[in-house]
Design a protein around this ligand. Structure first.
Ligand code: AMP
Length: 595
């Protein structure tokens, strides 16, 4: 066996891609990338057991980009994703990785988006298509898309596709692809139906599984915050305010992020520095020395740079970005609780990454405690306590004769009491760090929200990579009036709640949590959807197919949909509409070719 792959240079990727990775600040391939990229480059089929957050998008996108035939403007690769959010994310990732490959075209295709734009772009020529099964099938049936030229097919999050009832569609789509092709299937779990698809469509696949050796780390208190409502940076600073911290090691994924986050923390008044693999050995050592000696309170590091770091002062490890695998997690949290001290580890985990959290719990044989971001009251209380403490320390430790004299003069000259002067001085002292902390109100956390419907096939809308505030923060389906609809597919057509939810969620842009009760009858089903469905979405849904049959949705009460209803009920603010507006909210359906 050749030596293990530790750098991108070892992966035989061409210069434009390597330059991009350097620019993105990626320091080293993640385990799934190190294992998968050489296999895909060598032309093997791959069965990869990996979840979101492991870096699997680059694991398939980089080899696809590497192997593109630039003369051919017909689709060469197809990536199927369970949801349109993921389709958009993956298409964006392709575009990002192709920033030094001029002329590269990727097209995301998903339900609800204008067909004509997709068609126009298809005609102009695209190299890679990323789509949800429903819309890809639509195109194939209308013969507006041919997969005859495909050389690679990727099934991303295959278990999600299974859960959403798409696996037969995936099977059907694969049958429309050329015999000779490369297939990569990624799934967090490998239940039997997925293995069957793999067996039918993958040729002698190489299995890639991220190692999850079990270790126990007992002296570290481990908690996690499920990212929602507040920005990660705000929550980090709140934690730094209220916890008993000594030195803090923060882990992020890229070199660029180490410097960016360190700068932002510095701007907020913390003694902070970055630690990454591109620093000279001298600077690296100096940073670590300062960290040990107390000159720095926070270091923001990548996994590679923090390898073996031994600083006994580290009281807290903050996993600002989730690690790629459980080994990295164990290594990270092992940077605290050193030399018999106690230590705290806090993990920020996006809703989509909850599976990685479960994998970590399994590997460490410990459950992580959920935590809420410190509240405004907690921060204000802490600041006040510190302020009072400071006053008593100053009174007992400082020589204040001169200052008593100043107070006396002010009392006399301005005829005001020492009490008034103290109030004014208190105001002055807290200006930069207000005692009446007015940070953002703490959002209602999901745990406290009304119970969600039982069928939760999907996590709520992913936070995405840009820490968007969830549109639904603080609201839930239970708050909304529902209308019962009838759809013309039932048990006899093979409909299941999963594929109904999958079709409606993807095609109407309704988050699955807003989809209410579903009842399946012999030849029709009913589904409760929030009141206020815009007419255009209703029209679109009528044509959407479940198990190949058009839904032909109609209101069960026989009423026509109010003609001009294009806004959701006024009780909802802009951030909490269950229906995604076609024009305003969705990202431009523009082909992503302006690299
Ligand atoms: P994924 O699991 O593909 O959704 O990737 C999760 C995140 O990790 C994305 O934000 C990527 O940009 C980032 N990422 C992927 N590979 C690397 C790497 N080798 N180094 C640093 N960040 C990475």
């Amino acid at each position: 066996m050749s030596s293990p792959i530790e750098t991108f240079e070892q992966l035989a990727l061409s210069a434009p891609l390597l330059t991009t990775l350097v620019e993105l600040g990626y320091e080293a391939p993640s385990p799934i990338q190190a294992a998968t990229i050489p296999l895909l480059l060598a032309g093997h089929d791959v069965l990869g057991q990996a979840q979101t957050g492991t870096g699997k998008t680059a694991a398939f996108a980089l080899p696809i980009l590497e192997k593109l035939n630039w003369a051919d403007r017909q689709p060469q690769a197809l990536v199927l994703t369970p949801t349109r959010e993921l389709a958009i994310q993956v298409a964006e990732a392709f575009q990002g990785y192709a920033r030094h490959l001029p002329g590269f075209h990727v097209l995301p295709i998903y339900g609800g988006q204008s067909m004509s734009i997709q068609l126009r772009t298809l005609r102009r020529g695209v190299h890679v298509i990323v789509g949800t099964p429903g819309r890809v099938m639509d195109h194939l049936r209308r013969e507006t898309l041919s997969l005859a030229t495909l050389r690679t097919v990727v099934l991303d999050e295959a278990d999600e596709m299974l859960r959403m009832g798409f696996i037969d569609d995936v099977d059907w789509i694969l049958e429309q692809t050329p015999k000779e092709k490369q297939v990569a299937l990624f799934s967090a779990t490998m239940p039997e139906p997925i293995r069957r698809v793999a067996h039918r469509h993958l040729h002698d696949p190489k299995e890639v599984k991220i190692k999850t050796s079990t270790t126990t780390v007992s002296t570290v208190r481990q908690r996690y915050w499920r990212v929602s409502g507040l920005h990660k940076l705000d929550v980090l600073t709140r934690i730094l305010e209220v916890e008993d911290v000594d030195a803090v090691l923060v882990f992020v994924r890229t070199k660029t992020e180490t410097t960016e986050l360190a700068e932002r923390l510095e701007a907020r008044g913390y003694a902070c520095a970055a630690l990454h693999g591109d620093m000279t050995q001298a600077l690296r050592e100096k940073t670590i020395e300062q960290f040990k000696a107390g000159g720095l309170d926070i270091v923001v590091a990548t996994d590679v740079a923090a390898r073996g770091l031994d600083v006994q002062r580290i009281s807290h490890v903050i996993n600002y970005d989730i690690p790629y695998d459980t080994e990295a997690y164990v290594h990270r949290i092992g940077r605290t609780a050193r030399a018999g001290r106690a230590g705290d580890a806090i993990l920020f985990v996006a809703p989509r990454e909850m599976r990685m959290l479960r994998a970590i719990e399994k590997a460490t044989r410990q459950t992580l405690e959920p935590m809420q971001p410190p509240t405004r009251e907690a921060i204000a209380g802490r600041r006040l306590a510190q302020f009072k403490q400071q006053i008593s320390e100053i009174l007992s430790a400082q020589d204040l004769d001169f200052f008593y004299q100043v107070i006396g003069e002010i009392e006399e000259e301005q005829e005001i009491s020492a009490h008034d002067i103290a109030a004014a001085l208190t105001w002055l002292a807290q200006r930069d760090r207000p005692l009446q902390f007015e940070g953002k109100a703490d959002p209602k956390e999901p745990e406290e929200a009304p119970a969600r419907p039982e069928r939760t096939f999907r996590e709520p809308k992913p936070e995405g990579r840009r820490e968007r505030r969830p549109r639904d923060a603080g609201r839930d389906s239970a708050d909304l009036d529902k209308i019962r609809y009838r759809i013309e597919v039932g048990r006899e057509q093979g409909a299941t709640p999963q594929n109904i939810v999958g079709a409606i969620a993807n095609e109407a842009g309704v988050e699955s949590r807003y989809i209410g009760r579903i009842e399946i009858f012999d030849d029709y089903s009913t589904v409760d959807l929030p009141d206020g469905m815009p007419a255009e979405i209703f029209q679109h849904l009528r044509r959407v197919r479940v198990r190949q049959y058009p839904m032909n949705i109609s209101r069960l009460d026989g009423q026509e949909l109010a003609k001009k209803r294009t806004r959701a009920k006024p009780v909802m603010d802009n951030d909490s509409q269950p229906f995604e507006r076609k024009s305003a909210k969705r990202r431009p359906a523009k082909p992503m070719d302006d690299v």
